[in-house]
Design a protein around this ligand. Structure first.
Ligand SMILES: Nc1nc2c(c(=O)[nH]1)N[C@H]1C(S)=C(S)[C@@H](COP(=O)(O)OP(=O)(O)OC[C@H]3O[C@@H](n4cnc5c(N)ncnc54)[C@H](O)[C@@H]3O)O[C@H]1N2
Ligand code: MOO
Length: 584
């Protein structure tokens, strides 16, 4: 385990205060919202009564033999996996694609139970059934399920608190410019020089002194050279970027002057004093703050730092991450067979974590072996442990019992977001956190963007999203989430409305091209393509699907209850769409 015990060594108390105040708010506002009464735990009738559109799309209660889910997986989870033949296209999938809907994936009859080990490997599974969610014995802080925006905040604050409290033992790194790319400035970038450092010609032409015509001196001034002072009536050829000689009044562009047979230079248009001269310190003076601490080091920042005189930069170290992929049903190569499926997260997450600024140390597939997970977490010295799968309450979902065994503090245990609601955040040791991502691949992506990326930002010293609690909206859904308030504040003409409140008023937004059905009480994260400020919801946005997000630029944050076409939605930009890989 990392760190050493000391009174609040990693600022944990301040994170707990945030968790507990949010929890108290929930308790005050929402006396009854236990996790197992959330949408997926309700009966079909109850969900229908509550207006849950997924009921209409639910497949028959009995799944086919060898069904997608695990033993004990609720039918609602199956509903989220695939549309059965003859039923409506589920809202969770996004808009129905043109043409016939994709057929449900073939299921092999007589397949072994999903929890049997692949490739003949000894299963080594949990000897005891997992404790039901909500009865986990890990120290739990906060109440049943955390609102989405609040979860983002708690994760960010948890990372930030660790960084603030450990800065003495982990001072910033002083790295050569090229090695600082993608990290975060630990100190403000103050100019080490005036920029430009001297008066500079902005054009190729002649430096002239006094009114024309001028006598052209034979010596020219190239960039990197300094010319002698000019007397009135003199001119000297000068190149762009060259230091302007003393007593020059202007630069005449080469296309604006003509030479006569005697070497006299004649202006072809009026010459204004100071024209085409970049005066010293036009951009900054020595000591000016060019960028605040916390800025991401982008290629442009490297250029600015070099121009301003830097050879090295003080940056925060990359947060370290160990990734543990759980599940005996996962194959690492070839085609799915015998109820086994390909691991989609092992190939995806390490790169995404690096894009998010992490140094990924271990990537291990631990199967469904609780002892292996407990041992791996206990041995990990990473700032953050990320697990995939095993967060729910199936027979081999052992993340909760393992956290209990390790005496972890649960800060977030379920988030009011679809996909991804079983995601969790725990503190496993002073200075170390664990994020449990759900196994369904898009649910895992949602957990990554909700908990992991903010935590990494906090650890790395990058600015956090500015969470704002807007209070509870009367009559709104089961879980208070600032997005509910945002929804009711939208005017009938959203484009004319003032910017709605939300977790981050500065977050990118776009206007929805098409309506998106919402979950009654949970935020939805929906893959979208963004073009010219308009977000087009994509098909194949179900929790187990990656087809939508693979063609997306962003995930749109859709308020509980849904959003109409024309309404603005906040965007979680995806790194490959120029949307903030790392800490930008
Ligand atoms: N009783 C309840 N059951 C479930 C709930 C619930 O609230 N109560 N939530 C459902 C939801 S929503 C999700 S999401 C899943 C999350 O489950 P786990 O985190 O325990 O994940 P697993 O059961 O291990 O796997 C779920 C699903 O994803 C597949 N999977 C797992 N890992 C991978 C991987 N690396 N690559 C590709 N696919 C993976 C796995 O085979 C399962 O099909 O729980 C529901 N159940
Ligand atoms: O399948 Mo679950 O809805 O959270 O992703």
């Amino acid at each position: 385990m990392s760190g050493s015990p000391a009174p609040d060594p990693d600022g944990f108390d301040s994170v707990l205060a945030l968790v507990n105040s949010a929890s108290a708010r929930r308790t005050r506002d929402e006396p009854a919202a236990p996790y197992d009464q959330e949408a997926d735990g309700r009966t079909g009738d109850a969900r229908q009564a509550a207006g849950d559109d997924r009921v209409a799309a639910r497949p028959p209660a009995e799944g086919p033999a060898g069904a997608v889910g695990r033993p004990g997986e609720p039918e609602a989870a199956l509903a989220a996996d695939q549309p059965p033949a003859g039923t409506a296209w589920p809202a969770e999938y996004g808009p129905e694609p043109p043409g016939p809907a994709a057929p449900p994936p073939a299921r092999s009859g007589g397949a072994p139970p999903a929890h049997e080990a692949p490739d003949g490997e000894a299963p080594g599974r949990a000897s005891a059934a997992a404790a039901p969610l909500g009865q986990c014995g890990a120290r739990r802080h906060g109440s049943a399920v955390t609102g989405w925006a609040e979860a983002v905040r708690v994760a960010g604050r948890a990372g930030q608190a660790v960084r603030e409290r450990t800065s003495a033992v982990r001072p910033p790194l002083e790295l050569p410019l090229a090695e600082a790319l993608g990290l975060v400035l630990a100190r403000p970038l103050a100019a080490l020089t005036d920029l430009p450092p001297f008066d500079t010609s902005a054009m190729d032409g002649w430096a002239v002194a006094g009114p024309g015509p001028w006598r052209v001196r034979p010596d020219g001034v190239l960039a990197g050279q300094s010319g002698e002072a000019l007397a009135d009536g003199e001119a000297v050829p000068i190149a762009t970027g060259a230091r302007v000689p003393r007593d020059v009044t202007a630069v005449l562009r080469s296309e604006h002057g003509s030479l006569d047979a005697h070497g006299g230079l004649h202006p072809q248009r009026e010459v204004v004093h100071g024209q085409d001269i970049r005066p010293r310190a036009q951009e900054c003076r020595t000591g000016d703050t060019l960028l605040p601490a916390g800025s991401a080091v982008t290629p442009a920042v490297l250029g600015l730092a070099a121009a301003a005189g830097y050879d090295t930069l003080a940056v925060h170290a990359r947060p370290t991450v160990d990734l543990f992929v759980l599940g005996d049903e996962l194959l690492t190569r070839g085609l799915p067979r015998d109820g086994l499926i390909r691991d989609a997260l092992g190939p995806m997450l390490p790169h995404w974590l690096r894009e998010a600024g992490a140094e990924v140390r271990a990537v291990e597939r631990l199967g469904d072996r609780p002892d292996a997970l407990a041992g791996a977490v206990a041995a990990s010295e990473a700032d953050l442990v990320v697990t995939t799968g095993g967060t729910a309450s199936g027979p081999v979902d052992f993340v909760h019992p393992t956290l209990e065994r390790l005496g972890a503090d649960l800060l977030v245990d379920g988030v009011a977001v679809r996909p991804g609601h079983p995601m969790l955040l725990a503190r496993t040791a002073p200075g170390q956190h664990l994020v449990g991502l759900p196994g369904n691949p898009l649910a895992a992506v949602c957990g990554l963007l909700t908990l992991v990326v903010p935590l990494l930002r906090g650890l790395a010293g990058a600015p956090l999203r500015q969470g704002r609690d807007a209070g509870r909206t009367p009559g709104s859904g089961a879980v208070p989430d600032v997005y509910e308030t945002r929804r009711v504040q939208l005017s009938s003409d959203p484009l004319a409305a003032p910017a709605p409140p939300g977790p981050d008023a500065a977050a990118p937004t776009a206007v929805l091209d098409a309506p998106v059905q919402g979950h009654p009480s949970h935020t939805r994260l929906v893959p979208v393509r963004v073009d010219a400020g308009r977000a087009r919801p994509l098909s194949f946005g179900g929790p187990a699907m990656l087809r939508g997000v693979a063609t997306a630029d962003a995930l749109a944050v859709v308020v509980p209850g849904g959003a109409e076409a024309g309404h603005p939605v906040e965007l979680l930009a995806l790194p490959w769409a120029g949307g903030g890989g790392g800490f930008t």
